[in-house]
Design a protein around this ligand. Structure first.
Ligand SMILES: Nc1ncnc2c1ncn2[C@@H]1O[C@H](COP(=O)(O)OP(=O)(O)OP(=O)(O)O)[C@@H](O)[C@H]1O
Length: 306
């Protein structure tokens, strides 16, 4: 990998319309995305089905032309970045030859790109050395994605794009895939990946770009996105004496939502959990306080609901 001054990725007003302009079947799949990703960042593209993630990534990779706006990768057009081996991808589609063995596949593509010296390293990075002699056709979906990951690593690209790389994998396969990815990303590569899995964004990306209806609806550190949008859930036991009055007070306090009582335990959501915890413990005699961060799922639902 080489150092560079230009941002890793720059999307300006990126748009893609399918269908003729005046036709009733026109789809604005991507609708004016502005995004700058600096070298070394790991960014999740998170969004529901049909949000426009794949369409945006295809343009970022130069696989399709925007109908509006521009794409620069490391200051170049996507196709020159790909040709220079600086941009590579793991896509959902795209064939591997099933009759070839895993190691053979990686060696053949390495020979094509004249990078045979990298075979061993990428086999290790993608956790393939244990299955090098297995036929590709006998590999599980997760293993086949790791083969594609190895092929993408061969040119030692500065920017790696992954479109839902773990779609269809079970939890264990997903974890092994991300373990391999994490080891690699620690080397300073820029990684942009599309996912439906909220926990993948949470566990792997420091920054999350939330996409809905072809637009960016949020772009923030993943941690911050979750905290600011979802707040936290607090639950505690309230003493019987004064419980009714306490419930009334909680219900009437701004910044507190969804107050409910189950037996002697009250559960609520709060934006400022520290302040509410103080209120519960110091003023209302609460005990056994539990505070849980909202999931990204909650943040996601808040933001993408029409
Ligand atoms: N070739 C095409 N012709 C017409 N419409 C298209 C075409 N490709 C995509 N679309 C539409 O554009 C919208 C965005 O699709 P896209 O595949 O980019 O979404 P996505 O966020 O990647 O979804 P998923 O998570 O399901 O892969 C969808 O409404 C889709 O039906």
């Amino acid at each position: 990998m080489s150092t560079q001054l230009a941002p890793a990725v720059e999307l300006n007003g990126l748009s893609k319309r399918f269908g003729a302009q005046n036709s009733s079947r026109v789809v604005n799949a991507v609708n004016g995305i502005d995004l700058t990703v600096q070298a070394g960042e790991i960014v999740a593209f998170l969004g529901p089905n049909g949000a426009g993630k794949t369409t945006a990534l295809d343009m970022l990779l130069g696989l399709s032309e925007p109908t509006g706006g521009t794409v620069r990768v490391l200051g170049q057009t996507p196709s020159s970045a790909v040709a220079a081996g600086r941009l590579a991808a793991v896509l959902q589609t795209g064939g591997l030859l099933h009759d070839m063995r895993v190691g053979e596949t990686v060696r053949a593509v390495a020979a094509m790109h004249r990078v045979t010296s990298r075979v061993q390293e990428v086999m290790e990075r993608a956790d393939l050395t244990g299955i090098a002699r297995r036929s590709v056709g006998k590999c599980s979906g997760g293993e086949q994605q790791r083969i594609k990951f190895a092929l993408a690593l061969l040119p030692d690209p500065d920017v790696l794009v992954l479109d839902e790389p773990t779609a269809g994998m079970d939890v264990g396969a997903r974890r092994r895939f991300w373990d391999a990815m994490r080891m690699d990303a620690d080397q300073g590569r820029t990684v942009i990946f599309a996912t439906h899995y909220l926990e993948e964004a949470e566990q792997f990306a420091r920054r999350t770009v939330l996409v809905a209806h072809g637009k960016v609806v949020a772009d923030a550190p993943t941690e911050q996105l979750r905290a600011s949008l979802g707040g936290r859930t607090l639950s505690c036991s309230l003493p019987e004496q004064g419980r009714e009055a306490a419930m009334e007070l909680l219900g009437a306090t701004s910044g507190i939502a969804d107050v409910s009582l189950d037996g002697h335990r009250v559960t609520l959501r709060a934006a400022d959990s520290d302040a509410v915890a103080r209120l519960l413990l110091n003023e209302l005699g609460a005990t056994d306080l539990e505070i849980v961060a909202a999931t990204l799922e909650a943040a996601f639902t808040n933001l993408t609901e029409d």
